[in-house]
Design a protein around this ligand. Structure first.
Ligand SMILES: CC(C)(COP(=O)(O)OP(=O)(O)OC[C@H]1O[C@@H](n2cnc3c(N)ncnc32)[C@H](O)[C@@H]1OP(=O)(O)O)[C@@H](O)C(=O)NCCC(=O)NCCS
Length: 145
């Protein structure tokens, strides 16, 4: 099925469609899941948000991944596929495209934050070769509000 899918960078005019897809398809929400947040991401790194679309309807968003490279590490965010189009290899294709990007940029290892109770996510990451590192926890501090 992946031969009928195109992978390409998202564009700023697609921000409403991206947010709508994430509301439907993504697991959990992020503090940056709004138009300002996505616009800032695309302004800083226009190639980092990779979308999957049907080859014959490239404006229709079926899946996303953010392949974030900060010059030091490779972080993956917002891996999500439209629930009506899952289990067709789109998620795996998005991860492969993200990893290609990281490799081309000189990245050495990719990582993702995955909720402990996201069994579906665990299967997908594991199938793509990712393993949890149980010795780490996430430490956070809100910077606004
Ligand atoms: C996780 C997600 C992106 C996977 O997308 P997808 O396009 O369905 O994944 P793929 O079809 O490429 O599956 C790749 C492999 O992952 C595993 N996998 C994916 N979904 C699975 C399921 N429901 N059950 C068992 N294994 C599954 C399989 O090994 C699969 O390979 P196979 O189909 O050849 O057996 C999608 O289910 C999703 O959007 N989930 C909600 C958001 C989410 O949890 N994202 C991850 C956040 S950390």
């Amino acid at each position: 099925m992946t031969d009928k899918i195109v992978l390409r960078p998202a564009t700023p005019d697609e921000i409403p469609a991206l947010l709508a897809l994430w509301a439907r398809a993504a697991k959990g929400t992020s503090i940056t899941d709004d138009a300002v947040g996505v616009a800032a991401l695309l302004a800083r790194d226009p190639e980092c948000l990779i979308v999957a679309a049907p080859a014959d309807d490239p404006a229709r968003l079926l899946g996303t991944v953010i392949a974030g490279w900060d010059g030091w590490r490779c972080h993956l965010y917002r891996l999500a596929v439209d629930p009506d189009h899952r289990r067709r290899g789109i998620g795996a294709a998005l991860l492969a495209a993200a990893e290609q990007r990281f490799t081309a940029l000189g990245g050495r290892r990719a990582d993702a934050m995955v909720l402990d109770d996201n069994a579906l996510g665990h299967r997908t990451w594991q199938a793509a070769g990712y393993q949890p590192e149980p010795q780490w926890s996430r430490w956070v501090k809100p910077l606004q509000g």
